[in-house]
Ligand binder design. Structure first.
Ligand code: FAD
Length: 379
């Protein structure tokens, strides 16, 4: 067992932190108010190879693996959630393509998205369901060498950017969920206005309307009716990114509270002199360290995820703990700030709004616990 980061991991961590502080922090408020990540930030992240960090160089990735991915996303998430959502969802969808795609499919769809020239999406949720694949209503009907897709997908990240989208539909042959790669913005693909959500601004959510979208048969991942493993494995990789983001939010809450406790004075002395403040700072230190090692561990497990069910369990329990923990950390940091913590001028209020998003994304908290219990009880 070795808890020491390698020189390469330390370098990637430092690079992400420096980029976040120098380029993202100055525009973090703007990202939040405009709900848009500026083009030059996307270009900058792409130049650092952060859109394809975990993937092999032959598919356009940086070949740095998931432990480095977690370290980098933590540092970006410490400053702003929007850019992390773009990367995390991109890597979620690419993770599914990497695991289940043929060589031709991987070479076709991964390089541009790994380089940030395109952004990949993963579309499961529909107006009627976000947790239950059996309730999917999007259909796929075979016509010659193509499948014709019809349906609506809800709350889809990165949907407005060009690139591949892994779409789940019930196909007419197997009557089961099947995973198709759709080229976004193709004929028959249209979008809603962005949803106005509480946090994660910059990572826009759109509904996607598929009307007679023709997808070539070679764009099926894991065969007809084989969508369920693609879904569970893909979302498990998504939880690596979300866990890293919420670790970054926990770190930010911790740092903001420490700084405020030293700066805010009562009767000429910092509020850090009060034992109540000290206990909150200690709570935050505990929350950060416990989340950190669980999230780093998930990065290591993701690098070598052979058993989908076991990996899904580890991802589910990590994501649940780290996300819930980040909400608690943000709440404690607000308590340290008193009413100032509720004001938009103070960073902790944005941390709270971002943190509260985590327990619902990549599968609600209750579903995570069912995944964990399913593996624990049934093997
Ligand atoms: C910021 C953000 C980004 C997102 N990005 C994407 C994306 O890129 N692609 C995508 O497909 N989706 C995306 N989503 C959607 C998200 O994954 C779903 O909203 C989420 O999985 C929950 O689905 P739901 O909202 O329909 O809740 P539901 O499935 O309706 O669940 C609501 C509640 O019902 C209970 N429940 C439901 N089913 C069960 C069950 N079987 N057992 C026990 N309890 C149950 C749970 O308590 C749950 O809390 C995103 C959402 C957000 C907020």
């Amino acid at each position: 067992m070795n808890f020491t980061l390698s020189p390469e991991e330390l370098l990637i961590q430092k690079m992400a932190r420096e980029y976040a502080e120098k380029y993202i922090e100055p525009v973090a408020e703007k990202i939040d108010t405009e709900n848009r990540v500026p083009e030059d930030i996307i270009t900058g992240l792409a130049e650092l190879e952060l859109f394809g960090l975990p993937f092999k160089e032959e598919y356009g990735g940086a070949g740095a693996g998931y432990p480095s991915y977690v370290l980098a996303l933590e540092q970006l998430g410490r400053v702003s959630s929007g850019p992390v959502m773009l990367i995390s969802v991109n890597c979620l969808a690419l993770g599914a393509i990497d695991k289940f795609g043929t060589e031709d499919i991987k070479h076709k769809y991964m390089p541009k998205a790994c380089k940030g020239m395109e952004l990949a999406s993963f579309a499961f949720t529909e107006p009627g369901t976000g947790s239950d694949p059996k309730q999917i209503t999007t259909t796929a009907v075979k016509e010659g060498e193509h499948y014709i897709l019809n349906g609506t997908k809800r709350f889809i990240s990165n949907a407005g950017y060009p690139g591949p989208m892994v779409v789940f539909a019930i196909d007419s042959e197997s009557n089961k969920p099947t995973a198709f790669i759709v080229d976004k913005l193709c004929p028959g693909y249209s979008l809603s206005e962005p949803w106005h959500k509480l946090g994660y601004h910059g990572g826009t959510l759109l509904d996607v309307y598929l009307k007679d979208v023709a997808v070539p048969a070679e764009n099926i991942l894991n065969g007809i009716g084989g969508g369920f493993p693609v879904l569970t494995f893909g979302i498990a990789f998504g939880k690596v990114g979300v866990s890293a983001l919420h670790l970054g939010l926990t770190l930010a809450a911790y740092e903001e509270a420490v700084q405020y406790a030293k700066e805010k004075t009562h009767r000429g002395q910092p509020i850090a002199k009060f034992q109540a403040t000290q206990l909150r700072i200690a709570d935050l230190a505990i929350k950060y360290e416990t989340a950190r090692w669980l999230a780093y561990r998930l990065g290591c497990l993701a690098n070598d995820a052979k058993n989908p069910a076991l990996f899904a369990k580890e991802a589910a329990l990590t994501k649940t703990f780290v996300c819930d923990n980040s909400v608690d950390a943000a709440r404690v940091a607000i308590d340290v700030h008193g009413s100032y913590g509720l004001m938009n001028d103070y960073r902790v209020s944005r941390i709270y709004k971002d943190a509260i998003m985590g327990p619902q994304v990549e599968g609600v908290a209750d579903m995570q616990k069912m995944i964990v219990a399913g593996v624990v009880l049934n093997g």
